[in-house]
Design a protein around this ligand. Sequence first.
Ligand code: FAD
Length: 201
Amino acid sequence: MFDVLIIGGGVSGVSCALVLGSAKDKKFMSDKKIGIFSHQKSSSLQDALFNNAYGIPAGKLGSEILNESIEHLNQSYPHITQIHNEKVVRIEGEAPNFTVVTNKNSYQTKAIVVGIGSANTFAIEGLMQYVIPHQKALPEKERIQLKNTDHLVTEGIYVIGTLAGWRSQLAIAAGSGAAVATDLLTLWNNGTQTHAHDSIR
Ligand SMILES: Cc1cc2nc3c(=O)[nH]c(=O)nc-3n(C[C@H](O)[C@H](O)[C@H](O)COP(=O)(O)OP(=O)(O)OC[C@H]3O[C@@H](n4cnc5c(N)ncnc54)[C@H](O)[C@@H]3O)c2cc1C
C-alpha cells in the first residue's frame, strides 16, 4: 500500500516527488511509501526549449530536463519508487483505499496526485467525471482540466500542473507540484503547517 502515488513524470509530477522525497528525515515521514509513474512519452517537455524558466540555463532542451529530472530524483531520493513505462488507465475505489490500474499492473494507494497535462486525449477511467474545459487556455486549443479547489479534486485525489487549470509555463507547473507536496506533508504532520528545506547552516 502506497501513501501516495503520483501519476506523470513531467514537470509537475517530478517536482512534487522531489519535495516529498526531500522531507525524508521528518519524523512523520518514516513510514511513508511514495511512488511515481514516470511515464514521459507525452510530456510537453519533449519538444520544448527553455530560455525563461527560473534556475534553468538559457537554451536548455526539455528532452534533457526529462532525463535529468528523473535521474535527480533517483540519485537524491532513491526511497521514492519510480514505476517506469506504465500508463495509468483506471482508478478505482475511494480514499483511503484506491486501486490504480495501468496497462501492465495494479497498485494500492491511500492518495493520488495526477499531473498528466491538459491534452483533451485524457482518458483515465474513474476521473472522467471531473473533466471540464480548461479555464486558462484558448478555447480553440480544446485543453481540459480537472475541476478542483486549490488542487484538491475530491478526498484523496489531487491534480497538479496544467491539468489543474494553470497556464502552461514550466515554473507554474513545478510550483503546483511542489504546492501539493507541501499539502500532503502538512496532512501527514497532523495538519500542522510544514515544508521541506535544506540549508548550509
Ligand atoms: C513546444 C513547447 C514549448 C514550451 N516552451 C516553454 C517555455 O519556453 N517556457 C515555459 O515556461 N514553458 C514552456 N512550455 C510549457 C511547459 O513545458 C509545460 O507547461 C509543462 O511541461 C507542464 O507540466 P505538466 O506537469 O503539467 O505536464 P507535462 O510536463 O506534459 O507532464 C505530463 C506527464 O504525464 C505523463 N502521462 C500522460 N498520460 C499519462 C498516463 N495515462 N499515465 C501516466 N503518465 C502519463 C506524460 O508522459 C508526461 O510525462 C512549452 C511547452 C511546449 C509543448
